[in-house]
Design a binder for this molecule. Structure first.
Ligand code: SF4
Ligand code: SF4
Length: 263
C-alpha cells in the first residue's frame, strides 16, 4: 500500500474529506479519479504519467459536492490552483491539498500559503522539443508567424476541448457563445478560428501558468499552448507579472507601465 493510498484511506474513513481527487490507471494512460469510498483507494496512483491538470475541476461546485475535498496535486495543478486563488475562485476551507514527492512521501499543505511556499523554488521546465518550437517562432518575423498560425489553426473545428481542459477558462458564459452581438463566428473558418484563438490567448494573458493542458486536449495536436506561453514570456519581460507575483496584468495599472506595444 503506498503512502498516498494510506493517506486517502484515513482521510475518507475519518470523514475529514468527502472525496479525494487524484489519478488512476486508464486503458492506455492515467486518468483523473474521484475517489469517494475508502474501499476504492487502492486505485489511486501517482507517477510521472499523471499529467491531467486536476485544477480544472475545482471551480465546478457540481463536481465537488458539499464538504471538503482532497486534491492530489502535481506541480502544474498547484500552479493553476495558485492562480485561481489569486483570482478569488477557490475557498481555502473547501480544499485539503496534497502532493507526492519523488520519494513517494505524501505532503499535506496547511493551506494555500504553504502550497505557494513549496512552489516558490520550483522552476517551470520546458522540454527540448518545446523549446525548439518556441525558438523557431521567436526567429520568425511578424508575417511568418501569422502564416504559421494561420496554417496551424486552419484545421481547428471548434470543438472547444482546449477551453474545457484549461483550469483558467472558468467563465460560466464564454464569449464564443454570446450571440447578441455575435463577437466570434461560431463555425470553423479561417477568420473565426483565428478570432477564437486570439481571444483565448488575450483572456489568458498573464494568467496562463504554462501547464499545456489545452494542447494536450486538442484532438488535432495544434500547439495552441504556445500562444499563451508566448504571452506569458512577453508579459513577464514587460510587466514582471507572471503567476509568481501579485496582480494580473490586464487588471492592474501602474503609471510606469510600458506602452510600447501601441504602434
Ligand atoms: S497552458 Fe493552456 S490549459 Fe494551461 S493555463 Fe495556459 S491556456 Fe490554460
Ligand atoms: S481543441 Fe483544437 S480543434 Fe478543438 S477548438 Fe481547440 S484548437 Fe480547435
Amino acid at each position: 500500500m503506498t503512502k498516498l493510498v494510506e493517506k486517502a484511506a484515513s482521510l475518507l474513513r475519518e470523514g475529514a474529506v468527502i472525496k479525494v481527487i487524484g489519478y488512476e490507471e486508464g486503458s492506455n494512460k492515467t486518468r483523473p479519479f474521484f475517489c469517494e469510498k475508502a474501499e476504492d483507494v487502492e486505485r489511486l496512483i501517482y507517477n510521472g504519467r499523471c499529467t491531467n491538470n486536476l485544477a480544472v475541476y475545482l471551480t465546478k461546485p457540481e463536481l465537488l459536492g458539499n464538504g471538503k475535498v482532497a486534491v492530489v496535486a502535481t506541480v502544474p495543478t498547484m500552479r493553476s490552483i495558485a492562480q485561481l486563488v489569486k483570482e478569488n475562485q477557490l475557498k481555502e476551507e473547501k480544499f485539503l491539498l496534497l502532493t507526492v514527492t519523488k520519494e513517494d512521501e505524501v505532503v499535506e499543505f496547511s493551506g494555500f500559503k504553504e502550497m505557494n511556499d513549496y512552489l516558490a523554488d520550483i522552476q517551470l521546465v520546458i522540454d527540448t522539443k518545446e523549446q525548439e518550437l518556441i525558438n523557431k517562432l521567436d526567429g520568425m518575423n511578424r508575417e511568418q508567424r501569422w502564416a504559421f498560425w494561420q496554417q496551424e489553426l486552419s484545421s481547428c473545428f471548434k470543438c472547444y476541448a482546449c477551453r474545457a481542459a484549461c483550469p483558467l477558462c472558468y467563465c460560466s458564459r464564454c464569449v464564443v457563445e454570446v450571440n447578441a452581438p455575435q463577437w466570434i463566428e461560431p463555425w470553423a473558418s479561417p477568420l473565426g478560428n483565428m478570432e477564437w484563438q486570439i481571444n483565448r490567448a488575450m483572456h489568458l494573458a498573464g494568467r496562463c501558468t504554462g501547464c499545456g493542458a489545452c494542447s494536450d486536449a486538442c484532438p488535432l495536436g495544434i500547439p495552441i499552448h504556445l500562444l499563451t506561453h508566448k504571452m506569458m514570456e512577453d508579459i513577464d519581460r514587460d510587466f514582471g507579472a507572471t503567476f509568481n507575483n501579485s496582480g494580473n496584468v490586464l487588471s492592474t495599472y501602474k503609471v510606469e507601465d510600458k506602452e510600447d506595444f501601441i504602434r
